[in-house]
Design a binder for this molecule. Structure first.
Ligand code: AHR
Length: 503
């Protein structure tokens, strides 16, 4: 038995153009993200700079447009100057956010090289925990100023004649969180963010700045934090950030699969706060959102508590992702697409080894985790205009969340490529959905393929020994008649229905 579920989309009912940066990711100096992840000199796949080619291949396949760096919590105690100049002169530091030792073998220039090799832009986060206005202006001058000044000439002396032209900059990280090194009140943060923003843009007016919003919807200071920070910074920043992680420690899958509805609510609330400040200031500017940390994170919590401190690159936050997690990531991607008018940057946190779609073994292979696949599909086929999804679906209630539709779906129209893609998750754990999509305004459509990620065991994972245990197939049964698409969406499945527009 299957349950009916319908969607209507019209190419003129556009939510917004999808900014490429919606498919960004994140590399922090944390665990084995850098050392043993992107960088491992001596590995059989290492290039002459020590970058793992096998990892680069997986990253390039994802078409990651931008990578946030160097943190995360790490950045709030990081001196960017430790990571420049001759490697042999760089200090080893106690890293207080994650209680490790940071060897500083990779810093700004090496990461810019790596990003170039990955075909990605750098999104640099400055330290507003232990540093401030002075370092904010200096790091922009070092990275972006052509030459003829102290910091830009130092970059040239370090072997980088051309400026890195880093466009997107985060003004600190999660400064609302008491766990943050140099945690601040909203007023304290708003002031330092404003003063940093001013000097950074005076050095390079072409850059874009992201102010810290709350680190989670559940923070006690949520909403007041956003309003106060924007009161200080509104005309000087371009984006406000959001972060969220979901988990299923209690083993309640229906609730876990419904968490993306809370992501929708989070985005809607932050957009409303931005608009409130805009109205209050009689501003003409629309504040955009940067969802620069989002993912599933809970599998590694217990293991991480057992690690000894002060190691270099220990295996921290190494969540091994299940099929079920991939469905949640798929729903979160759909949530981001449904807010494509407001959310212009998003970073899957993180990219390699640390709560990541890509895993490696030191000295061994690299492979794709389950969550790699919805991220891959959205990045490859979710560029263009996100269309308003009119969805009719039966709903269910959980103890935390009510009115959860079994069908979560959105469509993206890529006019230049002459393609439209439907992304759909069936949240039902036992039954297929008899899915009908009405694409009336598109005229004739033809099926390119119907990709499906599914597994009988929702706890199935990919490992070094079985890297393909959970992998998409193209045996979905979608069929097209004119502009009507029919498909059976299997229980607990992620679906990508790709259509060619026109005859
Ligand atoms: O991504 C892991 C951590 O989660 C980041 O360092 C921090 O910003 C967030 O709390």
């Amino acid at each position: 038995m299957s349950i009916p579920a319908k969607m209507i989309v019209d190419k003129d009912f556009v939510i917004g153009q999808v900014d490429d940066r919606l498919y960004g990711s994140f590399i922090e100096h944390l665990g084995r993200a850098v050392y043993g992840g992107i960088y491992e000199p001596g590995h059989p796949e290492a290039d002459e700079r020590g970058f793992r080619r096998d990892v680069l291949r997986l990253v390039r396949e994802l078409r990651v447009p931008i990578v946030r760096y160097p943190g995360g919590n790490f950045v709030s105690g990081y001196d960017w100057k430790d990571g420049i100049g001759p490697v042999e002169d760089r200090p080893k530091r106690l890293e207080l956010a994650w209680r490790t030792v940071e060897p500083n073998l990779v810093g700004l220039n090496e990461f810019a090289d790596w990003a170039k090799a990955a075909d990605a832009e750098v999104m640099w986060a400055i330290n507003l925990g232990t540093q401030g206005v002075e370092d904010a202006r200096n790091v922009v001058e070092y990275a972006n100023h052509p030459s003829g000044s102290y910091w830009s000439d130092l970059r040239v002396k370090h072997g980088y004649k051309e400026p890195h032209k880093i466009k997107t900059w985060c003004l600190g990280n999660e400064m609302d969180g008491p766990w943050q090194i140099g945690h601040k009140t909203a007023d304290e943060y708003g002031r330092i963010a404003l003063e940093s923003a001013k000097v950074m843009k005076w050095v390079d007016p072409s850059i874009e700045l992201v102010a810290c919003g709350s680190s989670a919807l559940g923070m006690k200071t949520f909403a007041d934090w956003e309003a106060t920070v924007l009161d200080h910074t509104y005309e000087h920043v371009d984006f406000l950030s959001l972060h969220t992680y979901y988990g299923n420690a209690e083993g309640d899958t229906p609730t876990f699969l419904a968490r993306s509805l809370q992501m929708d609510e989070f985005i809607d609330s932050v957009a409303a706060i931005c608009d409130y400040v805009k109205a209050k200031k009689r501003s003409k500017k629309k504040m955009l959102l940067s969802f620069d940390e989002w993912n599933v994170w809970f599998h590694s919590h217990a293991q991480d508590k057992k690690l000894d401190p002060w190691q270099i690159a220990p295996p921290q936050l190494e969540d091994v992702y299940t099929m079920e997690d991939a469905l949640v990531v798929g729903c979160m991607l759909i949530s981001l697409l449904k807010h494509a008018d407001r959310v212009k940057i998003a970073c899957l946190a993180q990219l390699v080894n640390v709560i990541a779609p890509i895993m490696t073994q030191n000295g061994g292979p690299a492979w794709a985790q389950t969550i790699y696949y919805p991220y891959l599909h959205a990045s490859l086929y979710g560029r263009g205009a996100a269309l308003v999804p009119l969805v009719t679906s039966e709903k269910y209630d959980t103890k935390d969340i009510t009115d959860v539709p079994y069908l979560e779906s959105v469509a993206v129209y890529n006019e230049a490529a002459g393609e439209a893609t439907i992304f759909a998750v069936n949240r039902h754990l036992d039954q297929a959905l008899a899915f009908e999509a009405d694409l009336r305004s598109f005229g004739e459509c033809r099926l390119i393929e119907h990709l499906v990620l599914e597994h009988d065991d929702l706890q199935a994972v990919n490992t070094a020994a079985a890297p393909d245990a959970v992998k998409p197939h193209a045996r979905g049964d979608a069929s097209v008649d004119g502009a009507r698409v029919s498909a059976s969406l299997g229980k607990a499945s992620w679906n990508v229905i790709r259509l060619r527009i026109g005859k």
